[in-house]
Ligand binder design. Structure first.
Ligand SMILES: *Cc1c(COP(=O)(O)O)cnc(C)c1O
Length: 285
């Protein structure tokens, strides 16, 4: 688990052949059944640091569907840490498969009101949590600290020298990590899963489909067709938007002909069951 053996697969389509663009997918969703995707890279250096400082309990924050909560619970179980998840919302209104799985992996769940959740970076609140739970190693929401970013810079290895790297973005920590690892001849473009502003250099803001964790019927149709055509599962929140963007950019000639592209599948599949229940979706898979 701590050694990274990247899995890269070709992605074939008539569109790509027509434009003579070679597309490959980096399958971070396959690195581990539960600790999959970019969340593992954000966590790993934090967990090593916790180990070094002799702390055996990890405390972190997240929403009820959070891939970060799921990954933290599973990674802590694997590495023998006790884990505590501070979850936004009331327990009764947020029970779902993400949290059930986290609990099964030994995470102690502690529900706080939206008001209190906003205090997650307030030292007084953290001190209160220490009084309640004892000493812990704190990982901020989403794992977005220097160690998390450093971990994300390890996603790209020496041999990955495609012209363009495409990735989904939420907080942008993965993006910043990848920027550190990109080679001089490479270009990085990220697809924002949240509603943002206008496109900026490298940041694509027009594939949010209504905003974070939102979708349109066009996105749902794309997702199920893609999964059928390519036998690669996507998540609703990030990677469906990412792959939609890849096809759209190539179709609109925004990616130069004859180039090579690496799309990073950042995982997130654990969230699909909860998402489908929440929106009452019934994918024919
Ligand atoms: C969290 C997440 C992202 C976004 O990562 P950031 O570092 O927050 O930008 C992308 N894809 C998946 C599947 C995620 O779970």
């Amino acid at each position: 688990m701590l050694t990274y053996n990247p899995i890269i697969q070709p992605l074939n389509s008539d569109l790509f052949s027509k434009k003579n663009i070679r597309v490959e997918v980096l399958r971070l969703d396959l690195i581990h059944p539960e600790v999959s995707g970019n969340k593992w890279f954000k966590l790993k250096n934090n967990l090593l640091e916790a180990q070094r400082s002799g702390l055996r309990t990890i405390l972190t924050f997240g929403g009820a569907f959070s891939n970060h909560i799921a990954a933290t619970a599973a990674a802590c179980k694997l590495l023998g840490f006790k884990s505590i998840g501070i979850i936004r919302g009331e327990e009764s209104s947020v029970s779902n498969s993400t949290l059930a799985e986290a609990k099964q992996n030994g995470m102690q769940l502690h529900f706080v009101s939206r008001e209190n959740y906003k205090r997650k970076e307030d030292q007084n609140f953290i001190n209160e949590l220490k009084k309640e739970f004892g000493d812990f190693y704190l990982i901020h929401e989403g794992g977005n600290n220097e160690l998390g970013i450093m971990g994300c810079s390890e996603i790209l290895t020496e041999s990955m020298d495609q012209d363009l790297v495409l990735c989904a973005s939420g907080t942008g920590a993965t993006y910043v990590g990848l920027l550190k690892a990109i080679k001089p001849h490479q270009k990085l473009m990220v697809v924002n899963a949240l509603k943002g502003g206008d496109d900026k250099e490298g940041l694509l803001n027009n594939y949010h489909f209504g905003g974070y964790a939102k979708h349109t019927s066009e996105l749902l149709e794309f997702k199920s067709k893609f999964e059928n055509d390519h036998n690669i599962p996507l998540d609703y929140v990030y990677t469906a938007k990412l792959f939609f963007a890849a096809f759209d950019l190539i179709n609109k000639d925004k990616i130069p002909e004859n180039s090579t592209v690496l799309i990073i599948h950042s995982g997130g599949l654990q969230g699909n069951a909860g998402y489908e229940k929440r929106y009452n979706l019934n994918p024919s898979r």
